[in-house]
Ligand binder design. Structure first.
Ligand SMILES: [Zn+2]
Ligand SMILES: [Zn+2]
Length: 94
């Protein structure tokens, strides 16, 4: 079953289960349509596989089969030019 991850792994945009802008690869690396079209040109920056539209799980099924809440964000070479907020410093661990 798909995790239905809640965000784009590149720009961290929200991708709710009902979003038609979500794209996934065979490992379910999850991106938004903008990143796929403009940065990755249709192939996953992690595994090189195809990125395709994520199927939408009908709302009634989400109660029994809820979407993942675990946000995944990674630095990909192709995203290096994207503006990001600064990483939290070591002091935030205290
Ligand atoms: Zn994105
Ligand atoms: Zn992938």
């Amino acid at each position: 079953m798909l995790e239905l991850r809640p965000n784009c792994e590149c720009c961290d945009r929200d991708l709710p289960p009902s979003s038609d802008a979500a794209r996934i690869c065979t490992f379910e690396c999850t991106f938004c349509a903008d990143c796929v079209d403009n940065r990755f040109f249709g192939s996953c920056p992690n595994c090189g596989g195809d990125l395709v539209a994520r199927p939408i799980r009908p709302e009634g099924k989400l109660h029994r089969f809820p979407a993942s809440l675990r946000r995944v964000v990674k630095a990909h070479a192709a995203c290096a030019s994207v503006q990001r907020p600064p990483e939290p410093g070591p002091s935030s661990w205290a």
